[in-house]
Design a protein around this ligand. Structure first.
Ligand SMILES: Cc1ncc(COP(=O)(O)O)c(C=O)c1O
Length: 386
């Protein structure tokens, strides 16, 4: 007899974090887990220290410090083109992670279907299971991760409650086109479904096409939960600050779930988050240029080492194919890479259901200092000499 509830038995512990532990054990350069090895902007550190000294050490209002919510509403208007009211539409949570979970727990009844593109960000599988949703997978096709509209249409039915859209995308680096988002929106309207968008990489786009939020399309504001956060834009993954923008009735549900899950995100860091949102436009331009440079460093090494991939347009991940390097089992390939080459990635099967679809794939990320990427790259080149 097992003591555990059924709901935690259908998914395994995060493979990404397992690879991080293995990387630490073998002194490997960790290009697995999506976390920077450089500091956030100094203004944020000063703002966080000041907030601790200035007495923001007790709970904030559950759904978020009012000054931060006002700053988020302004940012949403300016950057995303989303009109929203800090009191009616915005909830600050512990990262985009909690936002997605709270949104799903607020909207999904057991058995409702949720359309999820794959390869998918690892969390969406457990999010679906914990909320009782039945995931309906729609595959993005390599090499360029294209979307087949007929397949997408077939995935929708009267049981569809929501679709999860992550753009720019982890793990593929795909940036959904406006046309793709318009077709997704059309299906949402036709089938009376919600769009749950994960826009955490909204500032990390390499082309000149600006980020586009599906909530701005006709009829979508009332059926979209727009999720983003501070982790990636400001290199503060440990601060656990995210937010959802949702219609008032959905916001009420999200706030109830959030209150009983975590009460609130860390108050002093919420105050510092307001300082983050006040950074000038030049900050975002530099962020993009820095990530473009890091991408180009890593991709050059990967190409030279024999990995095959489509060049990502956004976020900081590349999903590679390792068949040409002899990889037939992604988990073995990555473990071997950690132990004998000294670089960690993430096995492709963690992004697919069924897992076999990712058997020859490995994801790498480049939120690292240039010297870290060069070190990893030099090690990876050993593969081409093997
Ligand atoms: C697509 C995506 N969403 C959400 C997260 C986590 O965001 P947060 O740190 O805000 O919980 C990640 C982190 O890797 C991610 O890649």
């Amino acid at each position: 007899m097992t003591m555990l509830a059924d709901r935690v038995q259908f998914f395994t512990e995060s493979v990404i974090r397992e690879m991080t532990r293995l990387a630490n054990q073998y002194g490997a350069v960790n290009l697995g887990q999506g976390m920077p090895d450089f500091d956030p902007p100094p203004e944020l550190i000063s703002a966080a220290c000041a907030a601790l000294r200035d007495g923001y050490n007790q709970y904030a209002i559950t759904w978020g410090n009012p000054v931060l919510r006002k700053a988020i509403a302004e940012k949403a208007r300016r950057f995303n083109g989303i009109e929203c009211d800090p009191d009616e539409n915005i909830t600050v949570c512990c990262g985009a992670t909690e936002c997605m979970m709270a949104a799903m727990l607020s909207l999904i009844n057991p058995g409702d279907e949720v359309v999820i593109f794959q390869p998918f960000y690892e969390n969406y599988g457990p999010d679906a299971l914990l909320s009782g949703a039945k995931p309906v997978w729609v595959t993005l096709h390599p090499p360029d991760w294209s979307l087949d509209f007929d397949e997408l249409r077939k995935a929708f039915s009267k049981r569809t409650k929501a679709i999860i859209v992550n753009t720019p995308n982890n793990p593929t680096g795909k940036v959904f086109t406006r046309k793709e988002l318009e077709l997704i929106a059309e299906l949402c309207r036709e089938f009376n479904a919600f769009a749950l968008t994960d826009e955490i990489y909204e500032y990390i786009i390499y082309s000149d096409t600006p980020h586009f939020s599906i909530a701005t399309l006709p009829g979508m504001a009332e059926r979209t939960v727009t999720i983003s956060g501070m982790s990636k834009t400001f290199s503060v993954t440990g601060w656990r600050l995210g937010y959802c923008i949702a219609p008032p009735a959905v916001t009420q549900g999200i706030r109830k779930v959030h209150d009983f899950l975590t009460v609130g995100a860390p108050h002093p860091l919420q105050v510092a988050g307001t300082a983050a949102l006040a950074l000038p436009q030049s900050y975002y331009e530099k962020l993009r240029e820095d990530y473009r440079r890091r991408r180009d460093i890593l991709l050059t090494y990967l190409r030279d080492a024999g990995f095959e991939f489509h060049q990502p347009d956004g976020a900081y991940y590349v999903m590679t194919d390792v068949a040409r390097l002899g990889g037939t089992d992604d988990v073995d390939f990555v473990k071997n890479l950690v132990k004998s080459i000294g670089v960690a990635g993430v096995p492709g099967s963690s992004f697919y259901s069924p897992k076999e679809l990712g058997k020859t794939k490995v994801r790498f990320m480049w939120a690292k200092r240039d010297e870290t990427l060069h070190e990893a790259g030099q090690r990876l080149l050993k593969l081409s000499r093997a």
